[in-house]
Structures are given as C-alpha cells and as structure tokens.
Design a protein around this ligand. Structure first.
Ligand SMILES: *[C@@H]1O[C@H](CO)[C@@H](O)[C@H](O)[C@H]1NC(C)=O
Ligand SMILES: *[C@@H]1O[C@H](CO)[C@@H](O)[C@H](O)[C@H]1NC(C)=O
Ligand SMILES: *[C@@H]1O[C@H](CO)[C@@H](O)[C@H](O)[C@H]1NC(C)=O
Length: 228
C-alpha cells in the first residue's frame, strides 16, 4: 500500500501543520528570563517587525539588574498626533525585559474629541483599562458586527486578537488608558495607512472605494508620510 517514503512525507507534513498551530502565539519561555543584548535590539527596528527575530541571544544573567525589568516611559503622556492621541508602547523594541515572556504594554492619552483610528494587532488580544476619562471604544468582528460601548474610569474591555478596534474621547477631559497584550511584539496595523498610505496601485483603490483620482490623491496626502 503506502511505501515507507509516502508515510514519512505524510508525517512530515502532519507535524509541520501541528507545529504551525502550536506556535501561533508567543512560545513559552525555557528559562526564568532572557534579557537580550541592548546593542542587538538597537540595530532592530520596531516598524519593521520581521527584523526582530523571535529568539534573541540572552546576555549573561549575572549582568542582569532590576532595571532590566522596569520601563519608565509610561510615567507621562507622549506627544499628541493630529488625531489627538499620544501612544507610548512598552514592547520588545524599547523594553528588552519582555523578551520571551509573551506580554507587552502601552499607555495612550487621548485629547477631548480625539481618536485612536481603526487598527488591529495581528499577534495579540488587548485588555484595555480606562485609568481616567470617558471613552467610546469597540471592535468589529469578521462579520462586520460592531461591539462598542462608552467606558468610564476603572472599566476594562477586551479586544480579541486580530480584530479591528477604535476609540474616541467622548468626555470633557483627557482620557488615559493602559493596554496589555498577550504578545511581546503584538504589531499594529492602522487601517487608513494600510490602505491609503502603503503604495497600493491607485487604479485598484479607485475601483475598490468608488473614488476618483483627486479623492485618492487627497487620501494619500493624509495617510502616506512619503507623499507629503
Ligand atoms: C527600518 O526598516 C526599514 C525596512 O528595512 C528601513 O527602510 C528603515 O530605514 C529602518 N529604519 C530605521 C530607523 O532603522
Ligand atoms: C557569566 O558570568 C559569570 C560571572 O562573571 C561567569 O562566571 C560565567 O562564566 C559567565 N557565563 C557565560 C556563559 O559566559
Ligand atoms: C516628544 O517630542 C519631543 C520633541 O520632538 C521629543 O524630544 C520627545 O522625545 C518626544 N517624546 C516622546 C515620548 O516621544
């Protein structure tokens, strides 16, 4: 019936498939912690996530100090963008202590009326905690159903992995939220810039959105940093 080779190939394909499923989230650590060498991280580049290998060599643990496990960048708000949001992410690229631990963190402050535009994290579910203020927040599932609410100080919402989500400050003071992610490198893709800021052929965008060349041009100027 089956030759030995056929069986071998079958098992090879089967195990490849199984391991793809097994490693769909961050792998479990195999030691207490693994602080990568700062100079290795320095040469990496958060916007280019493929540049961050999933396994980084650890520095000698005798050189590790408490400071390696502390990130202080979240003490104060960052710089506000045109959308009225300031995000500070504590992920592997700027918080090496996270390496191999499968988690990360972010602080976002949103001005009155400001928004966090629709975006998603391909590799993480996000837990959002409203530290201060009142925020309209929600996500869209894969059948385009919207699950949105106004959250007040102290409330928490979970945003399932890979689903598009958004926020808007609907109160009368600055909103501060903390977000935690179940990946050390959750990744983030903003819908407007993925579509209009990424160099997709203009004819395709015109057809997809029913926009003319002038309208596409104005969307490109807004969302493509290279077209300014
Ligand atoms: C980040 O990576 C991209 C793609 O490799 C590269 O074009 C860009 O110059 C890099 N940026 C920095 C600050 O290294
Ligand atoms: C780590 O550092 C200790 C103390 O300096 C040293 O004894 C040990 O050999 C080092 N281990 C490695 C793998 O370099
Ligand atoms: C905010 O902008 C200033 C001036 O460009 C810069 O020096 C500072 O590092 C920025 N802060 C953050 C948290 O990015």
């Amino acid at each position: 019936m089956f030759s030995q080779n056929t069986l071998l190939i079958f098992f090879a394909i089967f195990f490849l498939h199984v391991s793809t499923i097994t490693f769909a989230s961050d792998p479990d650590p195999v030691q207490d912690f693994c602080i990568p060498h700062q100079k290795l991280l320095g040469s990496m580049n958060a916007s280019h996530h493929h540049g961050i290998p999933s396994i980084l060599p650890c520095k000698n643990s005798s050189e590790t100090t408490a400071t390696d496990f502390v990130f202080s960048g979240t003490k104060a708000a960052g710089n506000f963008s045109e959308d009225g949001i300031a995000v500070i992410s504590a992920s592997l690229a700027n918080f090496p202590g996270l390496n191999t631990l499968g988690m990360s963190f972010a602080r976002a402050d949103i001005e009155v009326g400001g928004i966090n535009p629709p975006h998603f994290h391909p590799r993480a579910t996000e837990l959002v905690h409203v530290v201060e203020g009142k925020v309209y927040i929600g996500f869209v599932d894969s059948s385009n159903r919207v699950f949105a609410r106004v959250l007040e100080q102290g409330e928490v919402m979970v945003l399932p992995r890979g689903l598009v989500h958004f926020m808007m400050n609907v109160g009368d003071k600055i909103v501060t939220i903390f977000g935690s992610f179940n990946s050390q490198n959750p990744g983030m893709q903003k819908i407007p810039s993925a579509v209009f800021g990424s160099g997709i052929d203009e004819e395709l965008l015109q057809k997809a959105f029913g926009l003319d060349s002038k309208q596409i041009g104005s969307m490109r100027r807004k969302f493509d940093p290279n077209s300014k």
